[in-house]
Design a protein around this ligand. Structure first.
Ligand SMILES: Cc1ncc(COP(=O)(O)O)c(C=O)c1O
Length: 392
């Protein structure tokens, strides 16, 4: 194995911060009555697995990355082919739209009059727009100034109206909420707050399908470490809930991964309560750009995360190129910007003995990474691959 490229990338990355979570509890899944519970998780699993176009995404072993990092195994769940939409988000937004539409019809309303709306950096909006097209209602998606033209077009392709806001993700969300109230549109947001829980809980339950598939694909093997890319924390909470139910009080080490420009979960862990982070600069990992942890996600993350890390963008492009060239092991993989965040964190942690020790990573460790997206913005993907090839 030629380690040169992995070494080059590792040298580029620094862990911006790593904190351990003092709120972590050792307990079996609480099966929250008012949050994620068995009934919601099972309902989503049964429904989504019966969609006509559903099939599980692959899991691959990154044998070269594992050897380089001195750990037992590294598994990578590859979401680049999820339902033809290119990211795990396809599971959540579309599922929630179908549930909203079902309830709307049950009340005797005409589905054509239903308008669903959300704020999105691209992937959640695509899922909502796709779901709306399938059920036959309208969708209005609020995007922020950093969202690319290609991502906007991918949502518009499903017939959604795209409204661009001059500001960041949180400002786009504020405008979306205001307009939804004024016009009686149905908000399908992937983040939750006090009084707005049902839809985000459905979305998180949908993400649980990803973990259900992963556990099946791993057979009797269970991860010792799971790296969780996080924006508002919905994905992390959905995956953890499924895993918590299965692993009970023996839940593995769970590490959230954020961009240092939007590390709202890490900052919340530090002060043991949710705090708002004002995003001053947009990260290349577009889907991770979120300044506030979802309230329902926090309920789960605060009790289960062992650590929280933040990383810079420095390794995004070269890691995308390494994945494409099959240099992590496991063949050629189409990994989008956010999908590199777990491998980047792992490489950065393994650079320093003290970090490795802090999260108990050794040759017996079974690491699970979530490759959350493929080339969801083909123009940005190609540009980053070109940039990455100048480095590796
Ligand atoms: C590709 C990708 N990865 C990770 C995330 C983070 O998910 P969440 O906001 O549920 O934490 C997102 C969110 O948009 C995303 O699009």
């Amino acid at each position: 194995m030629d380690n040169t490229a992995l070494k080059t990338v590792q040298n580029l990355i620094d862990l911006e911060e790593l904190v351990s979570n003092p709120l972590r509890l050792k307990s079996s899944f609480p099966n929250f009555e008012d949050s994620l519970n068995v009934q919601k998780i099972d309902r989503a699993y049964q429904e989504i697995c019966n969609w006509p176009n559903y099939s599980p995404t692959p899991i691959v072993e990154l044998s070269d990355l594992a050897k380089f990092c001195g750990v037992g195994k590294v598994f990578y769940k590859d979401e680049s082919t999820r339902l033809g939409l290119g990211s795990f988000k396809a599971l959540g937004g579309a599922y929630a739209v179908k549930r909203v539409a079902g309830n709307y019809s049950l009340l005797g309303n005409d589905i054509k009059e239903l308008v669903v709306t959300t704020a999105s950096a691209g992937n959640h909006g695509r899922s909502v727009a796709w779901g709306a097209k399938q059920v036959g209602c309208s969708a209005k998606i609020y995007i922020h100034s950093g969202v690319s033209r290609a991502r906007a077009e991918a949502m518009a392709k499903f017939g959604a109206e795209i409204i661009r806001i001059d500001g960041n993700y949180d400002e786009a969300l504020a405008e979306c909420i205001k307009k939804a109230k004024e016009n009686s549109w149905e908000l399908v947001s992937d983040t939750s707050w006090s009084g707005y829980e049902e839809v985000p809980l459905d979305i998180m339950s949908g993400y649980g399908v990803l973990m259900g598939e992963t556990l099946e694909q791993m057979g009797s093997v269970r991860p010792t470490h799971l790296f969780l890319p996080a924006g508002c924390g919905g994905l992390a909470a959905g995956l953890i809930s499924f895993l918590w139910r299965e692993m009970k009080e023996n839940l593995c080490k769970l590490i959230s991964v954020e961009s240092s420009h939007s590390s709202c979960i890490l900052e919340s862990i530090k002060v043991k309560r949710p705090v708002f982070v004002d995003i001053k600069e947009e990260t290349a990992m577009v889907g991770l750009s979120c300044g506030e942890v979802s309230e329902q996600a926090w309920k789960i993350l605060s009790k289960t995360l062992s650590h929280s890390v933040s990383i810079s963008d420095k390794a995004v492009a070269p890691l995308m190129k390494l994945f494409l060239d099959g240099k992590c092991g496991g063949g050629s993989i189409e990994a989008g910007e956010c999908a590199t965040s777990g491998a980047a964190s792992l490489l950065a942690i393994c650079k320093e003995k003290k970090y490795k020790k802090e999260i108990s990573l050794d040759e017996g460790s079974i690491v699970l990474l979530i490759g959350t997206e493929g080339a969801t913005d083909i123009e940005a993907y190609n540009e980053l691959i070109s940039k990455g090839s100048l480095v590796v």
